[in-house]
Design a protein around this ligand. Structure first.
Ligand code: CA
Length: 233
């Protein structure tokens, strides 16, 4: 297999799931490395510098958040976490610690592959020059000129609404936690003020969504945060 294919590291203690990932990701042409514990995972990131890490949150030795914090001390490699349904709080903590996205078990293969493609695309984009105009569907945001247009018509946003939108754009297609949004838009002291977010997200949806009650791209991730979904085009 060509060495130019992205190298993915799977950190998962369940051998069956590891085997499943090995087959499904291998079929897509990804190169794979594996680890069954957190310590081994951290060592493998250091040794192989993978393009992306798929990390199970329920590992026998280390807490998933701890694994992420240690990797983030020196590496910016994207991390997609796998969590069980009863790990809601761990999942949010892991995202706040620097994970890029998550999947809740059981997850579908298509969903996993889509998340991996998005995370890898973000890396290649970060290495190139940043795009100054963001477009998805009818929405167009000129980040340099700070102009927001919907179907060609300029939309006025308040400074907070604009900051909220551009924070989601920076992480387009990826989940952004309540805590991350609050810190970014309102500052470090606002971390627990979830109601600010609800109010401003509703305002933003009213201005940008055709049907604010059934958002098409400003999506809620229940219990976690929000995701700006890119249209498929
Ligand atoms: Ca596990």
């Amino acid at each position: 297999m060509a060495a130019t294919q992205p190298l993915l590291l799977v950190v998962e203690d369940d051998p069956k799931l590891r085997r499943y990932l090995q087959i499904s990701l291998g079929q897509e042409g990804y190169r794979l490395a594996e680890a069954a514990t957190g310590e081994e995972g951290i060592a493998q990131v250091a040794a192989h510098n993978p393009d992306l890490v798929v990390l199970d949150l329920g590992l026998p030795d280390l807490d998933g958040g701890e694994v992420i914090r240690r990797i983030r001390e020196w590496s910016e490699t994207p991390i997609i976490i796998l969590s069980a349904r009863d790990q809601e709080r761990d999942k949010v903590a892991a995202l706040d610690a620097g994970a890029d996205d998550y999947l809740t078990k059981p997850f579908g293969n298509a969903e996993l592959l889509a998340r991996i493609r998005v995370a890898l695309r973000h890396v290649s984009k970060d290495q190139g020059q940043a795009e100054s105009v963001f477009k998805t569907g009818d929405l167009e945001v000129d980040l340099a000129a700070r102009v927001v247009k919907l179907a060609g018509k300029e939309i006025h946003l308040t400074p907070i609404e604009y900051k909220l939108l551009t924070t989601l754009i920076t992480h387009a297609d990826k989940v952004v936690t309540h805590g991350q949004l609050l810190r970014k838009v309102w500052g470090p002291n606002a971390e627990l003020e979830n109601h600010y977010l609800r109010v401003y997200m509703n305002q933003l949806r009213k201005k940008l969504e055709p049907e604010p009650a059934m958002p098409r791209f400003l999506l809620t991730e229940p219990g976690v945060g929000y995701r700006l979904k890119l249209s498929l085009q």
